[in-house]
Design a protein around this ligand. Structure first.
Ligand code: ADP
Ligand code: MG
Length: 351
């Protein structure tokens, strides 16, 4: 693993993708919507007419909404995850179905490899922080009278956290009493995997870039050729781009950054990526992590895990999964896996 350090005053997430020189206008469709509590941006190239592209874009949106409503939401009673959580403590194993069965199996792998830095059973602690309410107040904790949980409350909740104590057997799961699963760290990545399957069944689609919040799927190619250019946000100045990933074909790119969801109260800034060892927002010297892999769930899980682990252990974890990683630390230094260097172009630099 080679460490790439470059002193800069800026840092990272992904949101903009630059479709430079879109060729035939009649064959590309752009849309922006909200789903899964985040912004969905779609650019779809088709060999058929505009109607085809619009239909496919609508199918992708409903795919994301259905996934949230029927499978992944911890909040909606209609979802399978809600029912799994309600079954905690039961002696009967709960049937998951193939999607959630595979998801939990993958989650357990990343949990084990990251030594619990990514913990899908963090629900009880995440609920204490009330993270979902933060977006509405744009960081201003005073306006919702946000009170951070006490150490005693966190310790009590942490007693119900520990992914290794959940039992996943094929398509069945058993949770110990009080445990609550939270797939917030992987939901957007899972959505990318489902979207990819959908695109593969639509042969009219020649290329696409779909972003679900900070997770992005690139697919196929542009009519005029060239790379998909995925911008990485500078976490030290989120209005600025840190650089660009230039990619061809199918990739999943996920970024976890401390600027995505945060709240300030009494001059203290809290963010939404929690260290399962302490229950507090992770404090590993990292501002953002971008992961590049072929698999959406993995890219999303690893971005969270690497954020919690910090530079050295984070890079090692990514390498273990043959994923590429780019981490920006609190000093503004960039650290990359060796394989990432061929894709990343720093803003305002020649390469
Ligand atoms: P984002 O949702 O902005 O993409 P992440 O993918 O890093 O960011 O996921 C953060 C969400 O995942 C939190 O809102 C919380 O619900 C949950 N979470 C926080 N810390 C962890 C962790 N260490 N392991 C697993 N899930 C976590
Ligand atoms: Mg994540």
């Amino acid at each position: 693993m080679k460490k790439y350090l470059q002193k800069i005053t800026v840092g990272a997430l992904i949101l903009c993708f630059l479709c430079t020189g879109c060729a035939s206008k009649s064959r590309v469709h752009h849309s922006m919507d909200t789903a899964m509590g985040t912004i969905i941006n779609q650019t779809i190239y088709v060999s058929g007419g505009m109607g085809t592209a619009e239909t496919i874009s609508g199918e992708i949106l409903s795919c994301i909404e259905t996934l949230e409503k029927e499978q992944l939401s911890w909040r909606l009673e209609s979802s399978l995850l809600y029912q799994v959580n309600a079954s905690a403590g039961s002696s009967e194993a709960f049937p998951l179905g193939s999607l959630l069965g595979e998801v939990l199996e993958q989650c357990k792998k990343v949990y084990a490899a990251s030594d619990g830095a990514f913990d899908f059973s963090i629900g009880r602690v995440a609920r204490l922080w009330n993270i979902d309410e933060w977006a509405a107040v744009n960081g201003d904790g005073e306006s919702i009278s946000f009170v951070p949980p006490t150490d005693a409350q966190l310790a009590e909740a942490l007693a119900f956290v520990g992914g290794d104590r959940s039992v996943v057997e094929g398509e069945y799961v058993r949770l110990p009493k009080g445990m609550q699963l939270d797939l917030g760290a992987v939901g957007k990545g899972i959505a990318l995997d489902e979207i990819k399957k959908l695109l593969e069944q639509r042969e009219e689609v020649t290329g696409a870039v779909i972003s679900v919040g900070g997770s992005i799927l690139t697919y196929g190619s542009k009519p005029e050729g060239g790379t998909w250019n995925v911008g990485i946000v500078n976490p030290h100045d989120t209005a600025q781009s840190l650089g660009t990933l230039r990619l061809t074909g199918q990739w999943c790119i996920s970024t976890s950054g401390d600027y995505e969801r945060f709240i300030e109260v009494d001059g203290i800034r809290y963010h939404h990526i929690l260290d399962p060892r302490t229950g507090h927002p992770a404090d590993s010297g990292i501002r953002s992590v971008t992961i590049l892999t072929k698999d959406g769930l993995l890219s999303d899980a690893l971005s969270t895990a690497c954020f919690v682990l910090g530079v050295e252990e984070g890079l090692a974890l990514a390498e273990q999964f043959q994923a590429q990683a780019l981490l920006v630390d609190t000093q503004g230094d960039i650290h990359m896996t060796t394989g990432m260097e061929q894709y990343f172009y720093l803003s305002n630099s020649e390469k």
